[in-house]
Design a protein around this ligand. Structure first.
Ligand code: ZN
Ligand code: ZN
Length: 332
């Protein structure tokens, strides 16, 4: 679905440093109006890191952004995906059809490809999780009917030519970008580090604005993985970050710290909510942790995040699930 506001936004291109261009592409989401693809010069063409989401007219936005910096889709030799969320990989197939580019992505992209292969099964599983978490059935049904009418954001599925795993090098004119697995935000998340310029393409692992999201249900502890990924990125000592949304930034350490603090705050608030001793459902805990009512708009996002915090507290032995229907949690 395209909101009126998103319809007025246009794709825009700008040079970051010689040989590196930011392609800012519109998104239909109210809180996240743009996403970035990054083009980096490589021989007679470019490497494109991420693609933007597919929506009606979205390829024209990408072409417009590229045109502003004198690039063309036909110059794309490789599409390198930071992760398999549709706002990062949705236009992969249309780009490949135009350019013949090869596609790199981390192999743990089931969180997208399982859904594409069986959308009904995926939504049924989400409904089950919501009911187990204490969301009232009419609310679950309404949200699930709503979400099924929305654009899926990806055209032509996701066909990957090469696995983007730790240590893989993507050659560019600025030297190689080396893949560093940074799961947490998504199981397939990879960041790419260029040591020559100490430049990091961070996807959604590290954003200019601290904003947490974790895919729930694919790995044992997304929050733990995210914290570990922050450690990995900290060790790189990057000085310029090209992130999946928003402007580039240089205060890498400050952003890492802010992410750690937000996670720690949320975990502490979860434990405090349970300190009274009454076992609570994820739906009962979430407003106490996020300081906001859970609504149809924010529900899926906040509940997913809440489940990931509870999971982290469970696997680190601080919280236990009690035998109840729906699931309830108490301090260990
Ligand atoms: Zn993402
Ligand atoms: Zn994103």
């Amino acid at each position: 679905m395209t909101s009126g506001r998103a319809a007025k936004e246009l794709g825009r291109g700008e040079r970051v440093i010689p040989g590196v261009w930011r392609l800012r592409l519109p998104l239909p989401w109210p809180g996240v109006p743009h996403g970035n693809a990054w083009a980096v010069a490589a021989g007679d063409g470019v490497v494109l890191f991420d693609t933007g989401m597919h929506q009606p007219g979205s390829l024209a936005h990408l072409e417009r952004a590229m045109d502003m910096v004198h690039l063309r889709l036909e110059l794309v030799r490789q599409v390198v995906l930071t992760h398999a969320h549709v706002d990062h990989c949705g236009q992969t197939t249309p780009i490949v059809l135009r350019s013949g580019a090869e596609v790199w992505c981390h192999p743990d992209h089931e969180h997208l490809t399982k859904w594409l292969a069986n959308p009904e099964g995926y939504w049924e599983r989400r409904v089950e999780i919501a009911l187990q978490s204490g969301v009232p059935e009419p609310v679950v049904r309404q949200a699930s009917d709503q979400v099924r009418t929305e654009d899926i954001g990806i055209a032509g599925g996701l066909q990957v030519d090469h696995d983007l795993v730790d240590g893989v090098e993507i050659a560019t004119d600025l030297g190689p970008f080396v893949a560093v697995e940074t799961p947490g935000h998504a199981p397939s998340h990879v960041s790419l580090f260029n040591a020559e310029r100490r430049m990091l393409i961070s996807g959604d692992h590290l954003l200019g604005r601290v904003s947490l999201f974790f895919d729930f249900g694919y790995t044992p502890d997304p929050v733990g993985e995210f914290l570990e990924s922050l450690n990995r990125v900290e060790d790189l000592d990057a000085r310029l970050v090209l992130s999946g949304h928003g402007r580039t930034f240089t205060d890498v350490e400050g952003h890492i710290r802010a992410n750690r603090e937000l996670v720690a705050d949320r975990l502490r608030a979860t434990e405090e909510a349970l300190a009274a001793g009454e076992p609570l459902t994820a739906v009962e805990i979430a407003p106490l942790v996020f300081g906001t009512e859970i609504t149809a708009e924010n529900g899926t996002w906040l509940l997913t995040e809440m489940l990931c915090f509870l999971r982290h507290l469970e696997v680190t032995g601080r919280v236990v699930k009690v035998d109840a229907e729906p699931d309830r949690f108490r301090l260990a």
